[in-house]
Design a protein around this ligand. Structure first.
Ligand code: NDP
Length: 622
C-alpha cells in the first residue's frame, strides 16, 4: 500500500527542516532531512565553500530515492530536500507512485538574512548559486515563507486536501486526459455524474489510480469546492445542450476569477455565446480544441486553446505540460486567439481530417480493385516510411491487414460512414465565408452518400460489371495522393485566413501548423514542412516551390482520374482537388457567362474586362 511521500523543497535557508518537522508532528508521517544523506565528500566540499556539481549530487539523490521507495511501502516520508532542478526531481521520483512537492518560496534577501542569523554548513554566499540553478517545478504546492512555520504547515495541510486542477467528465477523453495529468505530477479532482444505468465510474477511476493524488466526486459542489482557487476546470463532455446544462449547474458554485475550459468539440459560435454568458458571471472561459483521440489524450494531445489571453495564461502550464511536443520539444499547445478561435481551428482541423481520411478510403478503393489487403498494407506502409510520415496513412495501413479470425476487418465493417458534425460545420463555415474548401466538402458528401446503403445496393444491380481490370500505376497514385493532400491543406488554411480576417483573430498559421505537427490525427511530415514554410509566406500558393510541385503532379492526378473513370471508382476528393487546381490556374474562367446570365434575368450588373475603376454595368439583353 502506498503511503504519503512529501518533499519539502527550496533553496537552503528557506525553512525546509523546520516546516518538515512541524508537518511531521501534525500528520504523523516520519521526517527525514536530505542533508543527512550527503556522502562525506560532498559535506567536505560544501564546508570549504565549493558548490556541488550534478555528478556530486547523483549518489546523494539515488540514496534518497531508495529511502523514499522503502518509505512508500512503510509509513511514508516527509523529506526536506533542496531538489532544485527538474533532473534531480526525476531521480527522486523514480518508481514512486505519487509525490506531493511542496515548494517553499522566498526572496534572495529574505533567505540570506535568515541564513546569516544561524549556523549552517552551507555558507550564505553559496546561496546565489542555488538561486541560479533553481528550476521552479510546475506542479508544486507553492508556499510563500513570510509567515510563521505554524501557519505555513496549516496552509500545506489544507492544500493537500485540495487539488490544483479539476476534470469534469470521465468518458473516453476525460479519463485519458485525467491520467495524463496525473502522469505529469499534477494533483487533480475528477467528477462524473451517476445515473441509474451507469454507476461507479468515479470509483473505478480512483481504484485504477490508487495511491496517486486524485480526489473523486459525483456531487458537483463538492467537486468544485475541492479545487484550489482560482479554480481551473476542464469539461470533457458531450458537445451541445449537455455542455450548456452542465455550465448552468456549475455557475452557482464558481467564483470570480475561476477558469472553465471546454475541451469538447463545441461549435465556435456556442463558445463565444458561453464565454459572454460566463463573463457576465465573472467566470473566465477557454474554448479548447483537443485532437489526438483516446491515445493522444493519454500520451499528449494537440491542444488549441481560445478565449482571453489572460485566462489562457492561468491554465497554460497545465495544458502545455500534458500536450504533445513538437520536433524541438516545444508543447503542441499554443494560444490561438480570442472568443471561439480555438474551437474554430479544431473544426477546420477536423475538416482537413475528413478530406485526408476520404482520400485514403479512395486510395484503398482503387488499390483493392487489383491488389489484396496484405499487398495494400505493405504499399501504404512503404509510402509512409519513405515519404509521408502521416498518422492517418499509418493507421490505414494497419487497418487494411487487420483480421478477426480469418476475415479482414474491412470485410466485416459495414460501408456506412458516421459523423458527429464537425466536418459539416467546417464546410458550412467555408460556404458562409465564401472560401472554396471543395476537398473536405466532397468528403462530407461522401460520408452522407455512403449512408444510403439500401438504395446503393438496389441501384447497383442494374450495372454491367467491368470485365477487364488494369492494374493501377502506384507511382501515379502516390503522386496524385500527395497532390490532393496539398490542395486539401491549402483550402483549410485559406478558411483559417478568412476567419481570422472576419473576426479579427490574428491567427498565426505557422504556429497552428506547428501545434498540429504532433499529437493530432492529421500530423504528418507535410504539416511539419508547412509549419516552417508558413513563417515565410501567407499562403501556400504564394510559394513557388509549392506551385511548381503541384504543376509537376497535375499529370498524375489527371491520369488517376482517367483510370478511375474507366474503372468506375468513386473518388470525389481526388476530383475536387484536381478541379480546384485547374480552376485556380485558369486565368480566364467561365464566370463571364454566369455574370451575363445574372444580368440577363436579374439586372445584377457586371464589371468589364480591363476596367481599372471596377465600375458595374447593365446591358439591355433583349
Ligand atoms: P464520451 O461519450 O466517452 O464521454 C462523454 C462524457 O460526457 C461522459 O463523462 C458522460 O457521462 C458525459 N455526459 C454525457 N451526457 C451528460 C449529461 N447529460 N450530463 C452530464 N454528463 C454527461 O465522449 P468523449 O470522451 O469521446 O468526448 C468528450 C468530448 O470531447 C466531446 O465533446 C467530444 O466531441 C470531444 N472530443 C472527442 C474526441 C475523441 O476522439 N473521442 C477527440 C476530441 C474531442 P456518462 O459517462 O455518465 O454518460
Amino acid at each position: 500500500m502506498s503511503r504519503k511521500i512529501i518533499v519539502i523543497m527550496g533553496v537552503s535557508g528557506s525553512g525546509k527542516s523546520t516546516v518538515g518537522n512541524l508537518l511531521s508532528e501534525k500528520i504523523k508521517v516520519p521526517f527525514v532531512d536530505a542533508d543527512d544523506f550527503h556522502p562525506k565528500a560532498n559535506i567536505e566540499k560544501m564546508s570549504k565553500g565549493v558548490p556541488l556539481d550534478d555528478e556530486d549530487r547523483k549518489p546523494w539523490l539515488e540514496a534518497l530515492n531508495k529511502k523514499m521507495n522503502e518509505a512508500q511501502d512503510e509509513n511514508g516520508i516527509i523529506l526536506a530536500c533542496s531538489a532544485l532542478k527538474e533532473s534531480y526531481r526525476e531521480i527522486l521520483s523514480k518508481r514512486i507512485t505519487w509525490i506531493e512537492w511542496v515548494y517553499l518560496e522566498g526572496s534572495f534577501e529574505l533567505i540570506k538574512s535568515r541564513m546569516e542569523k544561524r549556523k549552517h554548513f552551507m555558507k550564505a554566499d553559496l546561496l546565489q548559486s542555488q538561486f541560479d540553478c533553481l528550476e521552479v517545478p510546475n506542479h508544486e504546492t507553492t508556499i510563500a515563507i513570510e509567515e510563521e512555520p505554524e501557519v505555513l504547515v496549516n496552509t500545506i495541510i489544507n492544500k493537500m486536501k485540495t487539488s490544483s486542477f479539476g476534470i469534469l467528465g470521465l468518458g473516453v477523453m476525460g479519463k485519458s486526459l485525467a491520467t495524463n495529468m496525473l502522469n505529469k505530477g499534477f494533483s487533480i479532482s475528477v467528477y462524473n455524474r451517476e445515473t441509474p444505468e451507469e454507476k461507479g465510474i468515479v470509483d473505478a477511476f480512483i481504484d485504477e489510480n490508487f495511491g496517486r493524488r486524485v480526489l473523486g466526486f459525483t456531487e458537483l459542489k463538492e467537486f468544485i469546492d475541492s479545487i484550489q482557487k482560482p479554480r481551473k476546470i476542464l469539461m470533457m463532455v458531450k458537445a451541445g445542450k449537455v455542455t450548456d446544462t452542465i455550465i448552468e449547474s456549475m455557475v452557482p458554485f464558481l467564483e470570480e476569477g475561476d477558469v472553465l475550459i471546454d475541451g469538447g468539440n463545441s461549435h465556435y459560435l456556442d463558445t463565444k455565446r458561453r464565454s459572454d454568458y460566463l463573463e457576465d458571471n465573472g467566470i473566465e472561459f477557454v474554448g479548447l480544441g483537443v485532437s489526438g483521440g483516446e491515445e493522444g489524450a493519454l500520451k499528449g494531445p494537440s491542444l488549441m486553446p481560445g478565449g482571453k489571453k489572460e485566462s489562457y495564461t492561468k491554465v497554460a502550464k497545465y495544458l502545455e505540460a500534458i500536450s504533445a511536443k513538437d520536433e524541438d520539444n516545444n508543447p503542441c499547445c499554443s494560444y490561438i486567439g480570442p472568443d471561439g478561435a480555438g474551437h474554430f481551428v479544431k473544426m477546420v482541423h477536423n475538416g482537413i481530417e475528413y478530406g485526408d481520411m476520404q482520400l485514403l478510403a479512395e486510395v484503398y478503393a482503387i488499390l483493392s480493385e487489383t491488389m489484396n489487403n496484405e499487398e495494400i498494407a505493405t504499399l501504404l506502409s512503404e509510402w509512409n516510411t519513405r515519404k509521408h510520415g502521416s498518422y492517418l496513412l499509418e493507421i490505414t495501413s494497419k487497418i487494411t491487414k487487420e483480421k478477426e479470425g480469418d476475415t479482414y476487418m474491412l470485410d466485416i465493417i459495414l460501408d456506412k460512414a458516421g459523423n458527429k458534425g464537425t466536418g459539416s460545420w467546417s464546410s458550412i463555415a467555408a460556404l458562409e465565408m465564401g472560401v472554396p474548401t471543395t476537398v473536405k466538402n466532397a468528403a462530407v458528401h461522401a460520408r452522407y452518400t455512403s449512408s444510403f446503403k439500401d438504395e446503393r445496393v438496389r441501384l447497383s444491380k442494374y450495372k454491367n460489371q467491368a470485365e477487364h481490370k488494369e492494374v493501377v500505376n502506384v507511382e501515379v497514385l502516390e503522386q496524385a495522393y500527395d497532390f490532393a493532400r496539398t490542395v486539401n491543406l491549402h483550402q483549410g488554411f485559406q478558411l483559417l485566413k478568412a476567419a481570422s480576417d472576419e473576426f479579427n483573430w490574428n491567427l498565426n498559421l505557422a504556429e497552428i501548423c506547428r501545434v498540429w505537427s504532433n499529437g493530432c490525427i492529421i500530423k504528418s511530415k507535410k504539416i511539419k514542412e508547412y509549419s516552417h514554410l508558413l513563417k515565410e509566406v501567407a499562403s501556400l500558393f504564394d510559394d513557388e516551390g509549392v506551385i511548381l510541385n503541384l504543376y509537376s503532379q497535375e499529370a498524375a492526378a489527371r491520369e488517376l482520374i482517367t483510370y478511375t473513370l474507366q474503372h468506375r471508382i468513386h473518388i470525389p476528393c481526388f476530383y475536387e482537388a484536381y478541379n480546384y487546381w485547374v480552376a485556380m490556374t485558369t486565368a480566364r474562367s467561365s464566370a463571364n457567362v454566369i455574370q451575363a446570365q445574372r444580368d440577363f434575368f436579374g439586372a445584377h450588373r457586371f464589371q468589364k474586362v480591363g476596367d481599372k475603376e471596377e465600375k458595374t454595368f447593365h446591358y439591355n439583353w433583349s
